[in-house]
Design a protein around this ligand. Structure first.
Ligand code: SAH
Length: 241
């Protein structure tokens, strides 16, 4: 059996009990090195299969092989396994197998939800997740989604907002959304949610500082009703208060 486990954004406090139990009961743990380091206390003497960031296909194929040997395998994903995580890849691979390999997806707290709680209540209304990584998605598709999400006035949560190789993507994304997002719309930046170096910044669309953002950052852009109160960002649900 393969369990695809979302371990949350970093701290043990943000893991579900189901995620912890699943890791403890697994025979083998499979995952990217950085995430394995976040869960060492649940691994103890278990077999670990781990390699680098871009080797997820090999890692997941290995997990399927191990499960076919009759072992319980926990494939670790940060945040939620079903949001830019390993759940899709594992299910795509097992759907091609001739014999059935059972898979259970164990949900986790995704980065946007973790960041939103730190910022207050920015995702209180309709929202969308957009990843700025064009490694697996053509940049034209990302641009179209940014434009239409902004036009539809969604609260927008940006994953993979900025890396060394793609430092200009975030500024470009703001330029595209700027056609519809007013300069005064609140923007929340949360770095390293649930980890030791956790930091948050509240600004507006116009005063956005792209330099604050790196690859373990979540950027949340409000809608037309979102407002700032002290260090909190609030998107009204629509109540009359
Ligand atoms: N499956 C993960 C997302 C993986 S994509 C989840 O559900 O959270 C990787 C992106 O997620 C990062 O570039 C960053 O934008 C975001 N992210 C992951 N962990 C984070 C954390 N602890 N703090 C802030 N953002 C994080």
């Amino acid at each position: 059996m393969i369990y695809v486990v979302g371990i949350g954004p970093g701290s043990k406090d943000m893991m579900t009990l189901e995620a912890i139990k699943t890791m403890e009961n697994a025979d083998v743990i499979v995952g990217y090195k950085t995430y394995i380091n976040l869960i060492t206390e649940f691994i103890r003497d278990k077999e670990v299969v781990s390699n680098g960031m871009r080797q997820e296909i090999d890692r997941c194929k290995r997990a399927v092989e191990i499960a076919k040997e009759g072992k319980n395998v926990a494939v670790i994903s940060s945040g939620d396994a079903g949001i830019y995580g390993m759940a899709g890849l594992i299910l795509e691979l097992t759907s091609k197998e001739e014999t059935e390999v059972p898979v259970k997806v164990v949900p986790g707290v995704t980065a946007s939800i973790g960041a939103a709680a730190i910022l207050g209540a920015p995702i209180m209304h309709d929202f969308c997740h957009i990843s700025l990584s064009d490694l697996l998605t053509p940049w034209e598709v990302i641009e179209k989604r940014l434009r239409l999400a902004a036009e539809a006035d969604f609260v927008v949560c940006l994953y993979n907002p900025r890396s060394k190789g793609r430092s200009e993507h975030l500024a470009k994304a703001f330029e595209i959304m700027g056609e519809f997002k007013d300069g005064s719309i609140p923007v929340g930046i949360v770095k390293d949610v649930g980890r030791e170096k956790e930091e948050k910044f509240v600004c507006t669309f116009d005063t956005m500082d792209f330099e604050r953002v790196d690859m373990t950052t979540m950027v949340i852009i409000g809608n037309k009703s979102t407002f700032i109160d002290g260090d909190k960002i609030i998107t009204p649900r629509g109540y009359t208060v």
